[in-house]
Each structure stands twice: as C-alpha cells, then as structure tokens.
Design a binder for this molecule. Structure first.
Ligand code: SAM
Length: 282
C-alpha cells in the first residue's frame, strides 16, 4: 500500500468527486429520516495543502485552487455551495490552506440523526482519520478492508444512504474488483445510492469497465466524466469518472448545469470536456 492521498488531495478529480457526493447528500437531506454514509476508502479526512506532499505535487492548484475564489455561473454556483461551504468550514479565515476529504465533507453536511462509517486500511492513515473524528459519536472509523465492508456493513440499519467507493487503483485488479464488489453490495442493499470513483488514464481500461458494468443486472447506472486534457503517451491521468448507481432523480439535471462550467474551469487551456450518460436506466 504505497498510495498516499495527500499528494492528490484537492486536485481536479477530488473536486468533481466531492461535488457529486455533496449533491447526493444534499438530496438525502430532503427527508427527515436518518441516512448512513459508508466511505469504504476514506483516507485521512483532512489535508494540509501546505504540507510536504501537497507542496511537492501541486495538484490542488489545478483543482480546488482554481474553484475556491472563482464564481461559477449562478445556477452552478448554487449547486456547488454545500461543497464549497464544507471546504470553507476548514478555512474560516477565507484563505485556502486545508482541504477536507470525503469523510469530513460528508460529516460537515450530515445532520444530527445521520451516521458516517469510514473505513481505511493503511494503519497510519486510519490512525489519523480516527484522530480527526475523536469523540464524534456520529462517526465510526475502522481500520478494515473497504471491499470486505461491502459485504459486512450492508445494508445499514437506517435502510437509506450512500456508499462511496474510492479505491487507490494502485493494483491492476481494482476495476474488476469494483464491478464484483458493487454487484455484491447492490444485492445486499438494493435501495442504496452508490458512488464509485475511477481514474481516466487509459481509455481502453475504462471502456472495458463500462462494458462490464453494462453486463450486470444493476438497473440504474449514471456515468459522469470530466476530462481536463486529451489522452497522452505515456499515459497520465487526464480525467475523472464517477459511476452513480440509483442516483437521486435530481442528479442528472444538476450535473448538466454543474459539470460544463467546471470542465471549463478545471480543463487545461479550454480543453475540459464532459460526458454524462446512462449505462442502464431500468
Ligand atoms: N475517499 C478519500 C477522499 O475522497 O478524500 C480518498 C481515498 S484515496 C483515493 C484511497 C484510500 O484507500 C487511501 O487512503 C488508501 O490508504 C486506502 N486503501 C487502500 N486499500 C484499501 C482497502 N482495501 N480498504 C480500505 N482502504 C484502502
């Protein structure tokens, strides 16, 4: 386990992923009934953008660094607001220094009745995550394999909620594990919303992942991608993707408003592009 999210925190992929997560949580809050967030690959929860790893990569400068002080068109800005509020909550003086990861964004947006279960396998990161939520009775942090949790932690007692699956993709098999893990999870918790992140580095790999998803029996699958530049050789990350199973009925229209200006902002020299399509709409 060499992957450390601190190098990538707040990059364009995090921004798109966390915006989509925030819209899903915003939707879940329409009803008073409690929901659960299960974050299977949670990271440490809070990142110092002036820390050594962030400084070395500088990736956040092309992500949250571009969005933090930029106004999107009004309708998109309104949709981005809950996410931006969660980032601002970590930077109360208005100067961007800290970036909240997915568990902290979820926690900031949750209400008193909602719960977060966050799993992290890296012992050091799990300890840091636990420390970040110390004393918070709405959050449970466990040092556990997130893939295993898809079997053991579902369905949640609340019977409603979102499962974020955000693996590091450092192992060759992560794309196929994603499909297998997802099928298992959806069988156990068919009414859940699932948000799966994937990197766009090699288009053949993504095509095969999409084919595999289409061949499952999962009924509702929305695919959202933002690419920030054309593919290149040698392959490097050029886009970010999210698969949302059982998306809120509002999500597709929201992403039609939100993603195009975001792609303009995050793309290299106007080369940002959006793909939004249903892989299954049953
Ligand atoms: N979800 C986080 C966010 O958005 O802020 C970022 C997560 S990062 C992409 C992936 C994380 O998964 C890393 O912190 C890594 O240590 C952890 N990890 C790797 N393999 C894991 C596994 N099998 N189960 C749980 N966590 C794992």
């Amino acid at each position: 386990m060499n992957y450390r999210h601190a190098f990538h925190a707040g990059n364009f992929a995090d921004v798109v992923k966390h915006l989509i997560l925030s819209r899903i949580i915003h939707y879940l809050k329409r009803k008073d009934a409690a929901f659960r967030v299960l974050d299977t690959h949670a990271g440490v929860g809070l990142y110092d953008l002036q820390g050594e790893q962030s400084e070395r990569s500088g990736e956040w400068l092309h992500g949250i660094g571009r969005l933090f002080d930029t106004a999107l068109p009004p309708a998109a800005q309104a949709l981005a607001q809950p996410y931006l509020d969660a980032v601002r909550a970590q930077n109360p003086d208005g100067v961007l220094r800290f970036y909240p990861g997915s568990p902290l964004i979820a926690r900031t947006l949750m209400r008193q009745q909602d719960r977060l279960f966050a799993l992290e396998l890296h012992p050091q990161d799990a300890a840091a995550l636990r420390e970040n939520f110390a004393g918070d009775i709405q959050v449970r942090v466990t040092e556990l394999d997130g893939w295993a949790a898809l079997g053991t932690h579902l369905p949640p007692r609340e019977k409603r909620g979102v499962v974020l699956i955000d693996p590091p993709f450092e192992l060759k098999g992560d794309f196929s594990r994603l499909v297998a893990g997802l099928e298992k999870a959806v069988t156990r918790f068919p009414g859940g919303i699932y948000a799966l992140w994937y990197p766009i580095k090699d288009s053949a790999e993504v095509d095969s992942f999409v084919r595999d998803l289409k061949s499952t029996r999962i009924g509702k699958i929305l695919r959202a991608e933002v690419t920030v530049r054309p593919p290149s050789t040698p392959a490097r990350l050029y886009g970010t993707g999210m698969i949302v199973i059982n998306p809120p009925f509002t999500l597709e229209d929201e992403l039609k408003i939100l993603l195009p200006p975001l792609a303009d902002l995050l793309g290299d020299a106007g080369r940002g592009r959006v793909l939004l399509e249903w892989l299954a709409k049953g």
